[in-house]
Design a protein. Structure first.
Length: 724
């Protein structure tokens, strides 16, 4: 069975990864081994063979080689000049990224579709491996630091809706997967509300089929299982095939990591389940959409793996500088520069354009000694004991909630629209910004680790947040219950656990008793007329005008109450006597829970984030954090009153580093400000050294320093007592 073979390969591959990363620690191939931030340049409108001297003068770190076979001249240059490269499209283009008419065949359709070049077809995998062999066989002889299988890979196109793959080979694999999931056909029929005679006759449902049976006002009777199971299998297929390709590439070159570039947002579509993808590949360049890079940072914490970002110059020196500093301080090891308009030929001489020449000093600064503290294989991110749960089934169910406003036109909800209007994605960013604004950092929790008992939550966290975690399996619920029983604090915002892990509605949420709540689904949600938060039909309207079902909804301290029929179980200590209950605290065994029944999603808009709405929200969450015994390690205030100050801690052995950076959401105006004084207030006396200015401060709790909004400050912090 192909399923069992690939699953065994995946398990063996996990062991291989350990060996690979051990070997990476003793080789020059990996960026994580070479301290310091790097800038690589993409070969667009430029070529290393003609522009190498210009690259070096600008302070760029390396370049990209496309595909690789026959690229001997560029490979030799990389060795002779000690100028490394990463390789793109080693799996060629057209298999993992569909092109031209292949892409058109699966875009904008509302039916189940066959994927061109089905990833369930062994013949297709053989063709891809032939490209990998041909390219890596040449590339491995040079100064290569990473292989990218392809760019913007997807089951379909980006994360556009595309109900693939019902080719015969993929369906055969799906049915075997279902049999391992459900064991008996009777169990599957009970879950799906179907009457299949055997697994060999099972056929999935596309979103159009399930959509017709979904109420757009409440969840009673929802059953997404025949669609969500298929989507979860396709995510599984995608990641399993990637694992197989990575493992194969490792047999050709065992010391260079393999991954992909152009990573998309977590989505119901395209194969973008980050719980699975992060287990499948060894490095990634992901667009920072819906918290992808903080998810990667969390899931790839140990062993630390290579993360890149793409750098598009804005033609604004300050914003470009901020982008590079922001990613450096967040632990991105390298950026890939998209050099459109970067170079020009004047009097036969190649030279940078004026706006790129003005970045020369910044390029050299962020790649200099200052970056070695963070971009170092031994430096690990130091989060507070706060977890944010990543539940991919909830992403899928949340997408279905969002899509209802489109009716039959849901296939036109392209990724360009979804990136700005996916409610679960924007909410994920809101929780990140909220914690960062309060002076805290966090780690995301992989739902697969919880389901597979691979993580001890109480050992790592004091408080866990469940953002719109609409889907919960019994196993996940049991783990969270144990977390609270052992003294943890669990926070849910709304609609928590009302679907099972396959997307079927439950009358009673799995954790309702622990949250101390009772629900009445017939009372509806929001204003009672719909369940979609961000209405993507209004994607061209300003952010605050996309909330169609907020008008007439119950509110608490300017925040919309999501569930109209949710009450505290004992009907006491209500925060809102005129409607549903909110901010429901419940003590449970040694721990406690908070059920907010509020949507903070508008916090993403700067005009809300720094208004009374934002102040109310931050005060509420701050109180909950304090109840868990959590206090920020440092508070940072700017003398000019500007907001958005983020603090990030890194640790290398006994040495602790603190980075300070501006932290906008959708408004970059304050990046263009002027240098200002900042006050850093620690909760205990520390020794502080500014690694940029080399200024050393005497031991105390409160410090003043200078900060430029378009740059970052980096400090070495000694928390040890003076007597130690």
């Amino acid at each position: 069975m192909r399923l069992n073979i690939l699953e065994n390969k995946r398990k063996n591959f996990c062991l291989l990864l350990v060996l690979i990363f051990w070997s990476l620690n003793s080789t020059s191939h990996a960026v994580t081994d070479s301290p310091g931030f790097k800038i690589f340049i993409w070969p667009y409108q430029t070529d290393v063979l003609t522009d190498y001297d210009v690259y070096r003068d600008l302070g760029l770190s390396g370049f990209q080689i496309d595909r690789g076979a026959g690229q001997h001249q560029r490979i030799r240059l990389s060795i002779e000049k000690d100028f490394p490269y990463y390789a793109g499209h080693v799996a060629d283009k057209g298999y993992l990224y569909l092109k031209n008419n292949h892409k058109d065949r699966i875009t904008g359709k509302n039916s189940l579709l066959e994927r061109p070049f089905s990833l369930g077809d062994p013949k297709v995998i053989k063709q891809i491996k032939a490209h990998i062999l041909k390219n890596i066989s040449d590339l491995k002889n040079g100064n290569v630091i990473a292989y990218a299988l392809d760019d913007e890979i997807s089951l379909g196109t980006f994360v556009n809706p595309s109900d693939v793959d019902v080719s015969s080979v993929s369906l055969e694999w799906f049915r075997k997967w279902l049999k391992e999931e459900y064991i008996t056909i009777e169990a599957l029929n009970r879950q799906w509300d179907t009457d299949f005679k055997s697994f060999s006759g099972v056929f999935p449902q596309g979103f159009e089929q399930v959509r017709k049976n979904l109420s757009n006002k409440r969840f009673s009777g929802w059953n997404l299982s025949p669609w969500m199971d298929f989507r979860q299998f396709m995510d599984f297929q995608f990641s399993t095939v990637l694992s197989e390709l990575v493992e194969y590439a490792n047999t050709i070159d065992p010391v260079t990591p393999v991954g992909f570039v152009g990573g998309q947002a977590p989505s119901a579509w395209g194969g973008y389940d980050y719980g699975r993808l992060t287990r499948a590949v060894q490095w990634m360049e992901a667009y920072d959409i819906h918290g992808t890079n903080e998810i990667l940072r969390s899931f790839w914490r140990d062993p630390k793996r290579l993360k890149m970002r793409t750098f598009f110059s804005s033609n604004n020196v300050k914003i470009d500088s901020w982008f590079l500093w922001y990613n450096l301080l967040h632990g991105v090891q390298a950026v890939i520069a998209w050099p459109e308009g970067w170079f020009e030929t004047i009097d036969g001489k190649r030279q940078p354009s004026d706006h790129i020449q003005s970045l020369k000093k910044i390029f050299k600064t962020v790649q200099g000694e200052i970056s070695n503290s963070i971009v170092n294989r031994n430096s690990l991110f130091s989060a507070d004991p706060i977890g944010i749960y990543y539940s991919h089934p909830s992403v899928q169910a949340g997408w279905a909630m969002d899509a209802l406003v489109h009716g039959k036109t849901w296939p036109k909800r392209l990724s360009s629209i979804d990136n700005e209007n996916q409610s679960s994605g924007v909410l994920r960013k809101v929780w990140c910004k909220t914690l960062e604004d309060l002076g805290f950092q966090y780690d995301f929790i992989n739902y697969l680790d919880v389901k597979e008992s691979k993580i001890n939550l109480n050992q790592q966290f004091k408080l866990i947040i469940l953002p719109k975690t609409i889907c919960l399996s019994q196993k996940e619920a049991d783990v969270f219950r144990q977390f609270v029983e052992n003294g943890g604090v669990l926070v849910a915002d709304y609609v928590c656990g009302i679907f099972d892990g396959h997307g079927r509605w439950r009358k009673t949420g799995l954790l309702d008793d622990m949250f101390g709540i009772q629900r009445k689904d017939t009372a509806g949600y929001l204003n009672g007329k719909g369940i979609t938060e961000i209405n993507a039909e209004r994607y061209k309207a300003p952010f605050n005008e996309r909330f169609s079902y907020y008008n007439g909804a119950f509110e608490y301290k300017r925040m919309v109450i999501f569930e109209r029929g949710t009450k505290k179980r004992d009907n006491q200590m209500r925060k809102n006597n005129n409607g549903p209950d909110v901010v429901i605290k419940n003590n449970y065994k040694k721990g406690s829970t908070y059920y907010l029944n509020l949507s903070p999603i508008k916090y993403w808009g700067s005009q809300n984030r720094f208004s009374g709405f934002g102040e109310n929200w931050r005060m509420m969450i701050s109180t909950i954090l304090e109840s868990a015994g959590l206090k920020p390690r440092v508070s940072v205030l700017a003398a000019d009153g500007s907001k958005m100050m983020e603090s990030l801690f890194w640790q290398n052995g006994e040495t602790i580093y603190l980075g300070i950076i501006k932290n906008p959401s959708d408004n970059f105006e304050q990046i263009n400000g002027e240098p200002t004084k900042i006050t850093l207030s620690f909760n205990k006396e520390v020794l502080l050294k500014n690694l940029r200015s080399k200024r050393e401060f005497q031991r105390k709790k409160v410090f003043e320093d200078i900060f430029s909004p378009w740059e970052g400050n980096l400090y070495e912090v000694n928390f040890q007592d003076a007597n130690n």
